[in-house]
Design a protein around this ligand. Structure first.
Ligand code: IMP
Length: 198
């Protein structure tokens, strides 16, 4: 099986990605690769942050790797928190503070439409490739469920009446932005390695 380093320290993301990609590729976490760094996300686009993470790990290891950056884009808030999703309530903010700030800011608006957007940056044999996944939905004003992470308790994907936090991972993965981006990545990798073996 081919090895691929996943440049993240978020165990929830690793679990979600392994559930999708784990049978085809051996996903190696930063910890397993012996890398103990917190990669900064200083840029103002998801694409630039994803690139920063994959390039950092690629230059440290010289190995094939991918990273992803995700944002929650809320229509009435002009796309906020977006690329600032992890730091919406400040650098020391946590999931709870971030959700609280989101609900307060969105409270005056009727329009609760939102979407998660994931951008994956893959560095494979020295070249970079991008993949995007979008999950449309809406924000609700009361938290529901206790699974998942981040804004999951207040986000209902289109096509469901449950929040992501009320879903098991397999159910979340039927809708998830990260899963959609991963499917594009998998398709690309299968074609890439398929062609190589011809
Ligand atoms: P990151 O910068 O890609 O790690 O993610 C930014 C932030 O978006 C995270 O800290 C979470 O708050 C949020 N986020 C990313 N993916 C998800 C998800 O699948 N569900 C809920 N929140 C998420």
């Amino acid at each position: 099986m081919n090895n691929l380093i996943f440049a993240t320290n978020n165990q929830n993301k690793v679990d979600e990605v392994r559930a999708v990609l784990g049978e085809i590729f051996n996903i190696i976490t930063l910890k397993e690769a012996g890398i103990d760094i917190d990669i900064p996300e200083p840029h103002d686009t998801l694409e630039a942050n994803a690139t920063e993470k994959s390039k950092t790990i690629n230059s440290l290891t010289g190995k094939n790797c991918f990273s992803e950056d995700t944002g929650l884009e809320v229509e009435a808030l002009n796309g906020e928190p977006g690329v600032q999703s992890a730091r919406y309530a400040g650098e020391s903010g946590n999931f709870e503070n971030n959700m609280e700030k989101l609900l307060t800011n969105l409270d005056p608006f009727e329009n609760k439409a939102a979407r998660f957007r994931t951008v994956i940056s893959l560095i494979l044999d020295g070249k970079e490739y991008f993949f995007e996944g979008i999950c449309p939905g809406k924000i609700i004003s009361e938290r529901k469920g206790n699974q998942g992470f981040g804004y999951d308790p207040v986000f209902i994907p289109t096509g469901s009446d449950k929040t992501f936090a009320e879903m098991e991972m397999t159910e979340k993965n039927k809708f998830s932005h990260r899963k959609k981006a991963m499917e594009k990545l998998i398709h690309f990798l299968n074609t890439y390695y398929g062609k190589d073996q011809d």
